[in-house]
Write a new protein. Structure first.
Length: 104
């Protein structure tokens, strides 16, 4: 996915890379048996960028299990829809910044 990110992933990456929010993020990072879309290791924050298939009940159950598994490792997972990232980027960045501040 690093080679061919979705539009939403690319939009978000342009805003979080290089410590622009005061924290270093990695993308497509393996943690346990999962791949985090974006992760800030020192703040233990994972950001998921979700396409339409995340509305499927089976996928929602899998996402909930993934979030629970990652929480046992001490991570907080926040999720945004592709549409939110693309069309309401400022609000998405505000929410991420709030989580980064809380994690300090």
């Amino acid at each position: 996915m690093r080679q061919a990110p979705t539009l939403a992933e690319d939009v978000l990456w342009q805003h979080v890379r290089g410590g622009q929010l005061g924290a270093r993020f990695r993308r497509q990072h393996v943690i346990d048996r999962y791949i985090a879309d974006f992760i800030c290791l020192n703040k233990k924050l994972i950001i998921g960028v979700d396409g339409d298939y995340h509305h499927d009940p089976e996928q929602q159950a899998a996402d909930a299990q993934r979030t629970a598994d990652l929480a046992t490792l001490g991570f907080v997972v926040i999720r945004f829809s592709n549409e939110a990232v693309i069309y309401d980027t400022k609000q998405v960045l505000t929410v991420i910044s709030q989580y980064l501040t809380q994690a300090s």
